[in-house]
Design a protein. Structure first.
Length: 198
């Protein structure tokens, strides 16, 4: 039958080739996909809690890819691989590596020079990372987990609460999150910082 997908505001559609990377043939609906992805992501979060990450390891292309792979490798064959198509968000897919390198250079500078308060630094990184949109799917969840790793590993502070709700499905909390992301796109990062700690 194949995977039937309905998308809500802020979600990135998968192309047919990307859908073919689904590793669990019995998944046919968005709800089933979300459930399997969430189980995989929970394993990745548990893994992050058992690790001690250093700044020089976190802010690398290899770590960005490794974390995504750990989050979705039970579900998608392309987990941990950069997207190879253009999406409704992010720049041209051929520039993902360059855009990511620029972000990683910037965030290392921010940390070393204390350019921003800690929460703001992590959220600015998350916001730029999700807008690069490195992967076919899972970019929002990946960028949120990256921000949490920055807080816990670099700053030894509590992770963000992200509205205390799963942000995958349609909800008022997701609408607030997407609104905060879009305000960040216009240069106002404060609502996203507030949402992350709310």
């Amino acid at each position: 039958m194949g995977l039937e997908m309905e998308y809500i505001d802020g979600q990135t559609p998968l192309d047919e080739e990307e859908k073919e990377g689904l590793l669990i043939a019995s998944i046919t609906t968005r709800g089933e996909l979300d459930e399997f992805e969430q189980l995989n992501i929970q394993k990745a979060v548990k893994w992050t809690l058992t690790q001690r990450f250093k700044q020089e390891n976190i802010f690398t292309e290899n770590f960005i890819k490794l974390l995504h792979k750990r989050m979705l490798d039970d579900v998608w064959a392309w987990a941990g691989s950069f997207r190879r198509s253009n999406k409704n968000i992010g720049g041209d897919w051929t520039k993902v590596g360059i855009d990511l390198k620029n972000l990683l250079d910037d965030v290392n500078y921010w940390v070393e020079n204390e350019t921003y308060p800690q929460d703001e630094l992590a959220i600015r990184f998350k916001h730029r990372l999700v807008n690069i949109h490195c992967f076919p799917n899972g970019n929002g969840r990946h960028s949120r987990l990256m921000a949490d790793i920055i807080m816990s590993s670099i700053y030894k502070k509590p992770v963000f609460t992200w509205g205390k709700e799963n942000l995958v499905g349609k909800s008022k909390t997701r609408e607030q999150y997407i609104s905060a992301i879009r305000l960040g796109d216009k240069g106002d990062i404060a609502p996203l910082i507030e949402f992350a700690r709310n």
